[in-house]
Design a protein around this ligand. Structure first.
Ligand code: SF4
Length: 333
């Protein structure tokens, strides 16, 4: 299929090998329009395919309990690399690598990178196959290129919405980062996790641009939210119900921390955290989000009350300082 590699041949082979009879297809929003075509391909082979129409934001969100309820014996999860250690229903990952070329976008980044010699290179799973090409272009331009490899995420150089360990591991060795891929989401994560000048080479628009003004804007908002949360008396602590967002130990630690600081704390279990969820608890003054940290940052202006990441709440409670948190990054890993 155009634009992404859906690995139809591998999917068919896996289904035959496993003898799967009922399959749940799960994919993020941008890929869902391709789902009916995939159903046809699978059902030609005699298995029944069900499309998960629910939102799916990451590999943290494996629909295994839904699959169990539907009697599904195989989940095919598209668009992400494996993140959850043990799925309760057999799951195969189709990373949907992009077929777009990035040479021009990387070339456009060279004038922006002219004052830096050592560059950290990173990308999302969709563009991992292009990382070596980007490295070659930068090296030819006289740059020293470093790609992080911590083993804490599926591939060297890969970043995900909440895992910037590869970028953080090389932040002290590079002067700037280049993220190869579309949109600001992952590049913002790099800038916020490393405090380094960060640029995007976007192969969809064939352009390159910096992201640090946007990152600074987010940091200003987060600073204000932390100050506001210091006055909170009642804290709601979200525990995620999605398999890769369920961090009960972290939530219990946050409850203990809140109580030590004279704040009442309530544990709230949720699949989704959105402004409407908060409206149901008018007496709660601020929230800690132990599920998906990006929800706190992406929807800052939409939430009526502060919704803090774990690291931000440590600043509220005096367990860390703003400066130390910036060094560690807004995210946990
Ligand atoms: S927890 Fe959030 S940022 Fe991390 S993979 Fe899931 S949806 Fe993405």
């Amino acid at each position: 299929m155009l634009g992404f590699d859906f690995e139809e041949k591998r999917i068919k082979q896996e289904i035959t090998k496993l003898g799967s009879k009922r399959i749940l297809l799960q994919m993020p929003e941008g890929l869902k329009p391709k789902a009916p075509k995939l159903v046809k391909i699978i059902e030609k082979g005699g298995a029944l395919a069900i499309i998960s129409a629910d939102p799916c934001y990451g590999a943290c969100d494996i629909a295994d309990s839904e699959a169990e309820g539907l009697g599904v014996d195989l989940i095919v999860h598209f668009g992400h690399a494996k993140m959850v250690k043990h799925e309760s229903v057999h799951t195969i990952y189709v990373e949907a690598r992009a077929t777009v070329t990035l040479d021009k976008a990387v070339e456009h980044s060279l004038p922006l990178l002219s004052s830096y010699t050592s560059i950290g290179l990173a990308t999302s799973v969709q563009h991992l196959q292009t990382l070596n090409i980007a490295r070659e272009i930068l090296t030819r331009a006289g740059k020293t290129v470093i790609i992080g490899n911590t083993g804490k995420i599926a591939y060297p150089g890969q970043v995900s919405g909440c895992n910037y360990s590869n970028a953080k591991s090389i932040a002290n060795e590079v002067e700037a980062f280049l993220f190869v891929g579309g949109g600001m989401f992952h590049a913002l994560g790099i800038a916020l996790s490393t405090s380094k000048p960060t640029f995007i080479a976007d192969p969809y628009d064939n352009r390159a641009y910096p992201i640090n003004v946007e990152a600074q804007k987010i940091l200003k908002q987060r600073f204000a939210i932390i100050q506001e949360a210091k006055n909170a008396k009642k804290i709601g602590i979200f525990v995620g119900l999605k398999p890769g967002q369920k961090h009960l130990d972290n939530a219990l630690h946050m409850k203990e921390l809140a109580e030590k600081n004279g704040k009442a704390a309530y544990l709230l279990a949720a699949r989704e955290i959105n402004p409407e969820t908060l409206l149901e608890f008018p007496s709660i003054d601020a929230y800690v989000n132990t599920a998906c940290p990006r929800v706190s940052l992406e929807a800052t202006g939409k939430f009526q009350k502060p919704v803090l990441t774990i690291n931000e709440f440590k600043v509220v409670c005096g367990e860390s300082s703003w400066e130390n948190m910036l060094k560690k990054g807004l995210f946990e890993n």
